[in-house]
Design a protein around this ligand. Structure first.
Ligand SMILES: Nc1ncnc2c1ncn2[C@@H]1O[C@H](COP(=O)(O)OP(=O)(O)OP(=O)(O)O)[C@@H](O)[C@H]1O
Length: 323
């Protein structure tokens, strides 16, 4: 492919998502979303529940067509009928799809056979995948004896067997134990170092920050900002975050705090407190706590944080990511 006088190959972009739109009745679940992923890059879709992450990856994986826009995987247009484009991806959905009475190794062989892997090649891939996900020691056990996290790891292994150019992981660490979580994050890191492109959805900003080369912050179906974690954090202008938890009259506390010099924004933290965006948090902390208490809030905990992706989300949408 030649564009504008420079020669490019399909390996420059493993995934190109252009102007995707999806509506469910009156709800616009995905609204003009575009992004690209290069080989070896881990790209994060970070957003709260209902932001549109699963709908985007469902269209990227060709599970259903978009109402507008297009998806291209390694040079092939994705559609529900495109077998070639689907061969290029490995989709790991949130739901587990493994056989409880089979061992981990038997599950991988079964799914490897379905994916067209034969003989020694399949044997070799099964061994590599078990090792990558830290399951070699337990490979012969029936998976019904596995913890939720180990089952999740095996589910990821199944998506990887056929060496996809693009691995799509939908919130892979929700509800898993810390050991499995670390194992999953390590495996993604090793895969991307070996050149696999990864599309990773999460509502955990720590994971996006630790794992993703670039992140799209998603809210109500639209990309609010895209960039590396550091680039996104600069959008906050270096503001600190103060989480003020407690009980009592939050509205009066917010009103009192609003007048303090350095307070830029105040948002409710569910019903249990206030999240503030401020400049020079440590300096004005005492005035904020005193102001809130005087206005009738019983403050039970206070935390000052340097800007992170949570602050970026708050800055862009006025809402906390964890609501
Ligand atoms: N099949 C459907 N029918 C109707 N509405 C849907 C359907 N699938 C998703 N939606 C709506 O589209 C929006 C985006 O949902 P989606 O599941 O993509 O969000 P998400 O970011 O993946 O959230 P979660 O982390 O909760 O899965 C939500 O408002 C959701 O209710």
């Amino acid at each position: 492919m030649v564009t504008g006088g420079t020669t490019t190959t399909i390996t420059d972009r493993v995934l190109t998502v252009s102007h995707l739109v999806k509506k469910f009745g009156d709800v616009t679940a995905v609204n003009d979303v575009s992004f690209e992923i290069r080989p070896g890059e881990t790209f994060g879709l970070l957003g709260p529940n209902g932001a549109g992450k699963t709908t985007i990856i469902s269209m990227v994986a060709g599970l259903f067509p978009p109402d507008g826009g297009s998806v291209d995987v390694a040079g092939t247009a994705m559609s529900p009928s495109s077998i070639q484009a689907k061969r290029n991806i490995g989709l790991v959905p949130q739901e587990l799809a493994i056989y409880p009475d089979l061992s981990a190794r038997e599950n991988l062989h079964f799914f490897g056979r379905l994916q067209g892997l034969r003989g020694k090649e399949r044997e070799a891939r099964v061994t590599v995948v078990l090792d990558l996900l830290g399951l070699s020691d337990r490979a012969k056990e029936q998976t019904k004896k596995f913890s939720g996290g180990m089952k999740r790891r095996l589910n990821i292994g199944i998506g990887l067997l056929h060496r996809p150019h693009l691995l799509i992981l939908d919130e892979p660490t929700v509800g898993v134990d810390p050991q499995s979580r670390n194992s999953i994050l390590d495996a993604v890191h090793r895969l991307s170092a070996a050149g696999t492109a990864v599309l990773y959805t999460t509502h955990y900003m720590e994971e996006a920050q630790r794992l993703c080369d670039r992140i799209a912050i998603l809210d109500q179906g639209s990309v609010q900002a895209e960039g590396s974690s550091d680039e996104l954090i600069t959008l906050t202008g270096g503001a600190d975050r103060i989480d003020l938890e407690g009980t009592g009259d939050m509205a009066a506390a917010a009103q009192a705090i609003r007048g303090i010099l350095g307070v830029k924004r105040i948002s409710p933290m569910g019903t249990s407190g206030l999240t503030l965006t401020v400049s020079d948090g440590p300096r004005i902390l005492a005035s904020i706590v005193t102001g809130a208490a005087t206005a009738g809030m019983h403050v039970t905990s206070v935390q000052v944080s340097r800007p992170d992706l949570e602050s970026v989300f708050l800055h862009l949408t006025g809402k906390a990511l964890r609501d």
